[in-house]
Write a protein that binds this ligand. Structure first.
Ligand code: FAD
Length: 353
């Protein structure tokens, strides 16, 4: 069955919902197609102890403030899922869960969006598929030789499944630090944290609020045609959220430099010494989930699709939302995506009306 729409949004996480909010306000006929069977985007898949790095008041989509979570300054992932589910209902956003889009292609003056359950003909498409479904694992020597368990951030749930084991956590970003802290706090896991370069903790008083202020300053500078202020990366890599700070201060978070290779039963360090391991948790990041856009052949040299703001340079009917700073400062955060979504819908309004 083919449906005709003004706009199709692919992905119903926070970015897709923010787009939906602005499309609704502009009176467009639109659908949000989401591969997950339930609301919440990637937040519903995060590990058990995960808390946000920003307070609720700094984590809201347009129109509706995230309520505080009782007893928590930094809400947990379940609270975010509830907020997104409520947001979807509150604005009666037409989200079709369990609808995974296989491809978007050009067809007779429209964009054809194909999913297993149907086809949508759209005048414009907003792609908001995030990166959770594309975990990145680096090509480290010996990865195929290691006989223990290897998992990525996306598969990690809690220390309970590693009790009595030696676990190596790889990655110097927030996920690596938080998962290493989670395992170390538990006390029943022998954890070694490994980072490519010495970990760079942000000052203890810097959380998502300050990060957002930095991103806002960057956006203002870019909007005004001034020099790029460099965004949040210049401040450090790891937000010292309370569990990370506690583990670090207790001496439980001492990172070792990256090992040289994996062996059958562990790792070998640069000096030739070996450490046995039952599991390696790769907290090594993500890549944008863009395979559904492959038929349009838009990819640039770094695997991203070149954009001006959110608009694909070679396809003005396609906008990309979320993903990372390359689609707008703080576009991949709850508080930042509202502004980018508004700009995208404004451009689409100009194109279609
Ligand atoms: P997602 O949440 O990944 O949603 C994408 C949706 O698209 C999913 O529902 C998926 O099913 C769907 N989808 C994917 N492919 C298809 C397809 N082909 N067809 C149909 N649907 C598809 N941000 C903050 O603001 N504060 C924080 O404290 C914070 N903490 C974070 C902690 C971690 C560990 C991580 C990984 C990120 C954190 N972020 C935080 C960043 C950011 O808010 C999240 O990454 C956010 O989930 C991105 O939202 P999104 O809507 O772009 O993507």
């Amino acid at each position: 069955m083919t449906h005709d729409m003004d706009v199709v949004v692919v992905g119903g996480g926070q970015a897709g919902l923010a787009a939906g909010y602005h499309l609704r306000r502009q009176g467009f006929d639109f659908a949000v197609l989401d591969g997950d069977p339930a609301p919440g985007g990637s937040w519903q898949h995060m590990w058990d102890s995960l808390h946000m790095f920003s307070p609720a008041g700094y984590s809201s989509l347009p129109g509706h403030l995230m309520p505080a979570q009782a007893g928590e300054t930094y809400p947990n992932a379940g609270h975010v899922v509830n907020y997104l589910a409520d947001y979807e209902k509150r604005y009666t956003l037409p989200v079709q869960h369990g609808t995974r889009v296989r491809s978007v292609r050009r067809d007779a003056g429209r964009l054809l969006v194909e999913a297993d359950s149907g086809t949508w003909r759209a005048r414009a498409v907003i792609s908001a598929t995030g990166s959770w479904s594309r975990p990145f694992l680096p090509a480290v020597p010996g990865r195929s030789v290691f006989t223990g368990r290897q998992l990525h951030t996306v598969n990690y749930r809690s220390p309970a499944e590693f009790v009595g084991q030696c676990v190596i956590v790889v990655g110097g970003g927030n996920s690596g630090a938080q998962i290493a802290a989670d395992l170390a706090h538990d006390g029943r896991v022998d954890v070694t944290w490994v980072t490519l370069r010495p970990p760079r903790f942000l000052a203890d008083d810097i959380d998502g609020r300050a990060l957002f202020d930095v991103a806002t300053a960057r956006r203002r500078a870019l909007d005004a045609g001034l020099t790029d202020t460099g965004g949040v990366a210049s401040l450090g890599d790891i937000v010292a959220v309370p569990p990370v700070r506690a583990a670090r201060d207790a001496g439980l978070l001492k990172a070792k430099p990256m090992f040289g290779r994996l062996t059958a039963d562990g790792v070998q360090w640069a000096d030739g010494n070996r450490t046995g391991a039952d599991a390696v948790v790769w907290c090594t990041g993500f890549r944008p989930a863009l395979s559904h856009l492959a038929p349009m052949d838009l990819r640039g040299p770094r695997g991203h699709i070149p954009t001006n703001g959110t608009r694909a340079l070679d396809e003005p009917r396609l906008h990309l939302l979320g993903y990372g700073d390359w689609t707008g400062p703080a576009s991949a955060t709850l508080i930042g995506v509202g502004r980018t979504a508004r700009d995208a819908v404004r451009e689409i309004t100009g194109l279609l009306t």
